[in-house]
Design a protein around this ligand. Structure first.
Ligand code: GFB
Length: 418
């Protein structure tokens, strides 16, 4: 506490002392505008798109809290890590660094947390430098003794690195670092403020950010961060067109109109949804790595039929990462029903890539009368959250496919809090 106070005092004395950021002490260009420090974060390479969205929320809540603080030492802009080299996506024909604005409404994110795109960070930083030198990098790691000792208290400590981490700096060649540490860590992302108060570095990168947890999973702050993650409007329009043309679904009749800004959303449970059921059918690695949970297509067809009969519906939308021949097989099994799948045109695929197609699938699933997801898939979790925001009755949302009909995992139910 003593050292934290000393650090605080020093920072307060020179509120513009963050070396190597865009603003220097005694620098007459140091205006209120550019007195920010920059927080960058990166996630373990194999993590997929939807777990990364969850890590974003943990860090957006940290940035949100710091923004509310009066302490100038906590005045940060958080730099959004581009969607680079995600293991599930192919980058052969695409640029390596996909900005967040391709998938999300940046203004909406900024209404919750002070975030900027990486290219914006570069353009601010490179007014002074050609190369970006990050002053402090902290690679988070779990405490080695945590499971042996059962000590799960929140703590952080700079320690020896447990692995030889190769820093890739988001696959940019013009980024390097001055100081690199390994930080054993247990606790929420918001605990990182303790670290930030102990350094005057102007640019800080938190690597393996997924190690830091949510402070309160599912509280109103969690949901504010989540609600601020509105999708890019064009993606919503593409999904809406598909709903209207193929599924006879629109926001007016489905009772799913949301206010222009997420800030004006109110609790509701009266969404009806389009007259179709939606299924998120996660295949590929799930078929191999989760044989005890992943049903075969026969079983999937049986489970879909059961719900269609129960709800007196005849239309199904399938979102899947599986191959086309699986969808064709399922179509034959459900020949008496209307089965739909979103297939992007080459123009849309080229512009929005796998991430955009995934989001369009998620949006269409979100507006269905009834949703069945895949157990333990973060892709499914994000659809469930979207449906909570839209105001569906929870029992139309928290359903997952079973391995064997009638022997289902009960999914965790995380209802929305305002
Ligand atoms: O988002 P994601 O990590 O969720 O899924 P899980 C990985 C990728 O699969 C997504 C594609 O980024 C999408 O590109 N994908 C999955 C889909 N389902 C669909 C779908 O219905 N439609 C479309 N268009 N794309 C995690 C994996 O997957 O599961 C981890 O990331 C690990 O590597 C873990 O395997 C168990 O949570 O489903």
């Amino acid at each position: 506490r003593f050292w934290i106070n000393i650090a605080l005092m020093l920072l307060l004395i020179s509120s513009c002392s963050y070396s190597d950021s865009v603003c220097y002490k005694n620098d007459n260009k140091c205006t209120k505008e550019n007195q920010f420090r920059y927080l960058l974060y990166d996630v373990n390479a194999p993590e997929g798109f939807n777990l990364r969205r969850d890590v974003y929320m943990r860090f957006a809540i940290l940035a949100h809290q710091m923004q509310k603080s009066d302490n100038p030492a906590l005045k940060f802009k958080m730099v959004l890590p581009p969607w680079s080299h995600l293991v599930h996506w192919s980058y052969s024909e695409y640029p390596e660094h996909i900005p967040w604005s391709l998938y999300f409404d940046l203004k909406s994110l900024q209404m919750f947390a002070p975030v900027i795109e990486m290219h914006e960070f570069f353009s601010r930083y490179q007014k002074k430098y050609s190369k970006v030198i990050i002053e402090k990098v902290y690679t988070l790691q779990h405490f080695e003794d945590m499971f042996e000792t059962g000590n799960f208290e929140d703590r952080l400590k700079i320690e020896e690195c447990q692995d030889t981490h190769k820093l890739n700096f988001f696959f940019y060649e013009n980024i390097t670092a001055k100081n690199v540490h390994c930080l054993s860590y247990h606790g929420p992302a918001t605990k990182l403020t303790e670290l930030f108060l102990n350094t005057s570095a102007g640019t800080i990168l938190i690597n393996h950010a997924e190690v830091a947890l949510h402070e309160f999973f599912g509280n109103n702050l969690y949901w504010q961060a989540r609600r601020s993650m509105r999708f890019n409007k064009e993606l919503k329009t593409i999904a809406d067109d598909f709903r209207r043309i193929f599924l006879k679904s629109n926001d007016e009749t489905d009772n799913t109109i949301l206010p222009e800004s997420w800030k004006h959303e109110k609790p509701k449970r009266n969404a009806i949804g389009g007259s179709y059921i939606a299924v998120h059918l996660r295949r590929r690695d799930f078929v191999r790595s989760r044989p005890n949970e992943t049903p075969n297509l026969d079983s999937v067809a049986q489970q879909i039929t059961k719900i269609l009969i129960k709800l007196n519906l005849n239309t199904v939308f399938i979102a899947t990462d599986g191959p086309k021949d699986e969808f064709d097989t399922l179509s034959k099994m459900l020949v008496h029903y209307k089965l739909f799948k979103y297939t992007p045109s080459s123009v849309i695929k080229q512009k929005y890539k796998e991430g955009g197609v995934a989001i369009i699938d998620q949006i269409i699933c979100s507006y269905a009368r009834y949703f069945i997801g895949t157990h333990d898939s973060t892709f499914t979790f994000r659809i469930q959250e979207e449906r909570e925001i839209l105001g569906f009755p929870s029992d139309s949302t928290f359903n997952t496919l079973c391995k064997v009909v009638g022997q289902c995992h009960k999914p965790s139910i995380w209802t929305i809090v305002y």
